[in-house]
Design a protein around this ligand. Structure first.
Ligand SMILES: Nc1nc2c(c(=O)[nH]1)N[C@H]1C(S)=C(S)[C@@H](COP(=O)(O)OP(=O)(O)OC[C@H]3O[C@@H](n4cnc5c(=O)[nH]c(N)nc54)[C@H](O)[C@@H]3O)O[C@H]1N2
Ligand SMILES: Nc1nc2c(c(=O)[nH]1)N[C@H]1C(S)=C(S)[C@@H](COP(=O)(O)OP(=O)(O)OC[C@H]3O[C@@H](n4cnc5c(=O)[nH]c(N)nc54)[C@H](O)[C@@H]3O)O[C@H]1N2
Ligand SMILES: [Mo]
Length: 763
């Protein structure tokens, strides 16, 4: 049976319409867009019921992102992003066994993630038997026996791997890692490996905790907020509220980004609009349009300015840190010529931002994928650490590090054990709480597991959520790896391309989403999650499940564990029937979860301990925060090459594509676009909509992709941008960040060739 590794390329390229990019985020269009998504997908009463429950104390945690909830919530604590995520999950179940009997896997594999997602929720467990052309219904009992028989037949547990995407609750994730470790492996790759792994490594080594150190209230006390390599207007819209409030209290905002992203320029709060207040707030005071990968040079420049301005907190540096002199010596040895060349910024511009920082009594640095998904992802984050440590901007009000997480519970999943490389201290405590021995050998991360699949070393692959095929780099290589596996299993809410390019036998287990009521043992259950600022709180859905055949993630894990391992390790089924018992077990097995069941019932949850924030203490080997020394990355590419970053549009959630437009960037109707600097276009003789092919270059290998349309954009010369996941086939598997092994999705060296220009209109 033929399976198509890449979806059919949309041929209707004329559908691309271009408008002027927006300079203002949210406001009226955001309210309209949220309501349209809700109404079309859920209907009126469900829309109102759902949107009034998002992020309320008794409601469910928004599946949109990991940004925390304010303490005093407005009735509508939602944003366009969240409204779309909720509406998308609340779709009716139309992907039934009947649907699968009508459409072969081969036929469905021609469809894109956009087309697949629109088919609705998955309704029943289904199996694709080896050699079969169609998925067919299978009962939950038979599905569990098929999986556990297969697991029992595998001679070495390290020939299996268990992926997690970041929406999984703490309870489900904890039970899942306990099962995987009881089975005998640490092969727990997760989406974090492709996301904030560089932040975890960068911060862990220097300040002794791999997480951010600010709370939401710090934004009310910050004097300067740097937003580096992040597009909050699209990806964390509720963060704009915090930035607006900070701004009204006098904070200055520095935006470091190759693109002038709309959300950082001007912001109109949708909730103000509802109240009839039509004024918008200008957010960024300074926009530094750095070249892709130029942040390390820029940060050295900013550090130079701190030294010149004598903006060093000597008490803090002397008592709490080590390594400042070596770090400053390295910066002093870096010339302004080098800094301006690499960053693409003028010395004057860097000095303006540098002086702002030097005068600040409290600085927060926020960042996301623009820093982490680079070869020097860990090092560049450590330069941010260098900059803030100089002024003592950690563990004081209004200051600190704020890596802004993506998936709504990606941070919680890691806290409770979804980690292929856990520390010994973590495993010691886990082992004590669980009462059985856990494996110590570190497991595969995302990139390593794809390599292992390619070598035929993986006999079983389980995905707790996510869309492994589309989210990972090097789509063709990943597809070949997956097809080597005897059995792949996906726990999912919606249909995606990972259900169509699979192992020899494939099973889909449909699960409840965040928004839905979860009843176990006759009792309504709630789950818990951790937001980007280390606050753990409850989440409980209120809607009727999309289909009576759906099961919860904890139930699925418990059933699978008991049918594979019996009750020798834990009473799995009992745990799956009562999540408070899982929380009791977590209390015994994890640091910082004392009186878990009691504390998580507080209206706003509770904060996990964070020594740098709470007491300026650093759990590094010497108890100090560390300045570190780094060489600048080599940014040279050949004359005919461009550096490409892969981005999210305003109408997608990772690989879930809601629509084909990107409102803020002025693109409508087509996602196969390449944003390009106008001068670079002229040099090639290209116009808007020139059709090109892209070739990526890495260590003598090339990867090729056809049918892209050029769009002129305010982007540095030599840089181009495309959308994730369409461009993932161009991301080389082994182009990864040092130490964190995160794919360099923001640094792909490419060349382009034109074929023809498609005509269309400008609006
Ligand atoms: N609506 C919506 N919300 C989401 C998601 C979604 O897909 N849709 N995804 C969620 C997830 S999992 C995550 S991880 C986050 C992602 O949130 P972001 O990290 O904001 O997402 P990206 O689109 O990857 O954008 C990265 C930004 O970095 C900039 N950038 C790229 N390269 C560089 C560089 O070298 N230097 C600098 N300074 N900037 C650079 C880009 O121009 C872009 O503005 O969002 C989360 N929230
Ligand atoms: N080129 C490039 N590649 C990237 C990135 C990039 O910026 N550029 N970003 C990377 C990042 S930051 C991330 S986090 C990864 C994301 O990687 P993933 O987390 O693997 O991908 P998603 O698209 O978020 O997964 C969507 C699927 O999750 C399932 N799902 C949704 N909700 C639930 C739920 O509640 N339970 C279960 N079991 N399933 C659910 C649905 O079936 C849906 O189709 O992609 C990475 N890949
Ligand atoms: Mo992410």
């Amino acid at each position: 049976m033929e399976r198509h590794v890449t979806a059919r390329t949309p041929v209707d390229t004329n559908a691309l319409r271009l408008k002027k990019p927006k300079t203002k985020a949210a406001g009226i269009p955001a309210v309209l867009s949220s309501a349209q998504h809700g109404l079309a997908k859920m209907g009126l009463s469900k829309t109102i019921k759902n949107l009034t429950m998002v992020n309320q104390k008794e409601g469910f945690d928004c599946p949109g992102c990991a940004w925390p909830d304010p303490e005093h919530r407005t009735t509508f604590e939602f944003c366009e992003n969240g409204a779309k995520a909720v509406a998308d999950e609340a779709m009716k179940a139309h992907v039934t066994p009947h649907f699968f009997s009508k459409h072969s896997v081969s036929e469905l594999s021609l469809l894109s993630d956009y087309e697949l997602n629109r088919k609705g929720r998955l309704s029943h467990p289904v199996i694709l038997e080896k050699g079969a052309t169609h998925y067919a219904e299978i009962s939950w009992g038979d599905a569990m026996s098929r999986i556990s028989e297969h697991l029992k037949s595998i001679p070495d547990p390290n020939r299996t791997a268990f992926y997690t995407s970041g929406r999984t609750s703490n309870e489900a994730a904890f039970l899942y890692q306990a099962f995987v470790r009881a089975y005998g492996t640490n092969n727990l790759p997760d989406c974090s490996n492709m996301c904030h792994e560089s932040s975890g490594k960068g911060l862990g080594q220097t300040i002794g905790i791999g997480k951010g150190t600010v709370s939401l209230d710090d934004f009310n006390h910050a004097e300067v907020i740097m937003v580096i390599g992040q597009n909050p207007g699209t990806n964390h819209p509720r963060m704009l509220t915090a930035l607006r409030d900070a701004k009204h209290k006098g904070a200055k905002i520095i935006h470091v980004n190759p693109l002038p992203e709309a959300g950082l320029m001007q912001f109109k709060h949708p909730q103000d609009y509802m109240k009839g207040n039509l004024k918008s707030t200008t957010l960024a005071d300074v926009h530094l349009g750095v070249r892709i990968g130029g942040d390390a040079a820029l940060l050295k420049g900013l550090i130079k300015v701190q030294v010149d301005q004598q903006a060093i907190d000597h008490d803090f540096v002397t008592s709490k840190t080590t390594g400042m002199d070596e770090m400053i010596a390295k910066v002093a040895a870096t010339s302004w010529d080098q800094i301006t060349k690499d960053s693409g910024l003028s010395k004057a511009d860097i000095q303006v931002a540098g002086r702002m920082l030097a005068q600040s009594g409290a600085t927060i640095a926020c960042w996301a994928m623009g820093l982490t998904q680079h070869r020097n992802g860990v090092a560049v984050i450590q330069e941010v650490v260098n900059l803030l440590l100089l002024g003592g901007h950690v563990g004081k009000k209004g200051a600190g590090f704020c890596p802004v997480r993506g998936h709504s519970n990606v941070q919680g999943d890691r806290t409770v054990g979804i980690w292929e490389a856990p520390t010994d201290a973590f495993l010691d405590r886990l082992q004590e709480g669980l009462g059985f021995e856990v494996p110590r050998e570190h497991g595969h991360d995302v990139v390593n597991v794809i390599d292992a699949m390619g070598r035929g070393e993986i006999d079983f692959f389980f995905c707790m959520g996510g869309n492994f095929l589309s989210a990972t780099p090097d789509t063709d290589v990943t597809a070949r790896g997956l097809s080597n596996i005897p059995l792949t299993v996906q726990v999912s809410t919606k249909l995606n391309r990972s259900h169509l390019v699979t192992g020899e036998t494939a099973i889909i287990l449909p699960c409840l989403g965040r928004t839905e009521v979860d009843v176990q043992g006759g009792v309504k259950q709630f789950v818990t999650v951790e937001n980007s600022m280390g606050v753990v709180h409850r989440s409980q859905g209120g809607l009727q499940p999309a289909s009576p055949s759906l099961r919860s993630e904890p139930w699925i894990v418990a059933e699978l564990a008991e049918s594979t391992l019996g009750v020798e390790h834990l009473p799995w089924r009992q745990l799956g029937q009562d999540y408070s018992k899982v929380r009791d077990l977590m209390e015994r097995s994890l640091f910082g979860f004392d009186r878990y069941n009691e504390r998580v019932n507080a209206p706003n949850g509770f904060e996990l301990p964070n020594p740098p924030r709470d007491s300026q203490s650093f759990s590094t080997p010497d108890g100090k925060a560390h300045f570190t020394v780094h060489d600048l990355p080599n940014l040279d590419v050949d004359d005919d090459q461009y550096v490409m970053m892969t981005l999210r549009s305003h109408d997608q959630y990772n690989t879930t594509i809601y629509g084909l437009s990107d409102r803020y960037r002025g693109v409508k109707g087509n996602r196969r676009v390449v944003f390009m600097n106008a001068t670079d276009m002229v040099a090639r003789g290209w116009k808007a909509r020139t059709k090109v092919s892209i070739t990526s270059h890495f260590e003598g290998e090339t990867r090729h992709s056809e049918h892209w349309l050029i769009v002129p954009y305010d982007i540095p010369s030599g840089n181009i941008a495309t959308y994730f996941p369409e461009a993932n086939s161009l991301v080389p598997l082994h182009s990864t960040a040092e130490q964190s092994n995160t794919p360099t999705s923001k640094w792909i060296v490419c060349s382009m060739d034109s074929s023809e220009t498609i005509h269309g209109e400008e609006e």
